[in-house]
Design a protein around this ligand. Sequence first.
Ligand code: HEC
Ligand code: HEC
Length: 290
Amino acid sequence: MEWKAMKIRIVSLFFLAGVFYGAAVFGQSEGEKLFKQICVACHTIGQGKLIGPDLAGVQQRRSEDWLTRFIRSSQTVIQSGDPVATALFEEYNRIPMPDNNYSDDQIRAIISYIAENSPGGPGAAETGGISPAPGRPLSEAGEANIQAGKNLFEGRTRLNNGGPTCNSCHNVKNDALMGGGALAKDLTDAYSRLGEAGVKAIVGNPPFPAMKQAYQNRPLTETEVFDLTAFLQHADRVRDTQQAKNYRTQLLFSGLGGALVLLLLFGGFWTRSKRGSVNRKIYDRQIKTI
Ligand code: HEC
Ligand code: HEC
């Protein structure tokens, strides 16, 4: 028996176990953590365009200084007239990339994470690139998912972790829906603009400060993200057949319903107050004194 070979094998086994253990315990690097928290909603590394460009090899295309400024505030770079940034902004349908209040070190960590996972980088061979977790494909969504998503969107069903309903900030033009808020973008055609991966990534992991804050400690579940995406896809598909006038009739009906409820309440109050009227009290008192 070749004891020496055996020993090497045992030692390397321990070594490997150590590496896996270390990876499991220490988890992600700072760069990976930030990338997966924010950037992956809009960017892949080596898996193609999402909402923004594929970032594979971006550290070779652009200087570190440019990347740092762009990642911190893309709109500042664009407004300074930078031709590369302006062209990118136009190419990507003028979708503004949100600002990030990161330190130089944090941005450096993100850039090295991108470099490691770009083709040819040490991580890329293992991971094959980075993209948002695909989850269940939307092609499996049915009517029940659309309905569930609609109910979540307008708050008929509460979100599992207690986050605010979507329509407190967003509107979607849809006959089946009550109107929504105007604090953020109308989402009627969000699906066309962002695609399945984009919508899922944004809803599951919002990169926009106001929305991020709303769901930071109250994340949506995977099922909720799936159902909401199914609803947004549906709303987008049928958007040309959705009429503002139906919405108005719906409002009228809910108005009538409200009036009816008020009438009933008021009616009940009225009869009760008549029963307990001042005259009645005086009358009762007089009866008693007799
Ligand atoms: C809401 C979507 C969104 C998020 C989140 C986002 N980006 Fe972007 N990013 C874009 C878009 C869109 C562009 C294209 C330029 C534009 O429209 O301003 C872009 C462009 C870029 C570019 C320039 C790419 C090139 O080819 O030169 C870099 C670098 C970049 N993003 C890095 C990041 C990093 C790092 C993060 C995470 C901290 C991030 N982005 C988060 C949407 C996003
Ligand atoms: C506190 C307000 C708020 C809530 C609640 C909220 N969002 Fe947002 N959302 C925003 C903001 C702000 C943006 C960034 C775009 C903008 O400025 O309108 C955004 C962007 C989006 C986008 C990308 C829009 C686009 O076309 O670029 C999607 C999709 C989206 N939200 C879906 C949802 C869904 C689904 C919910 C419910 C789970 C939700 N949002 C709840 C504020 C909110």
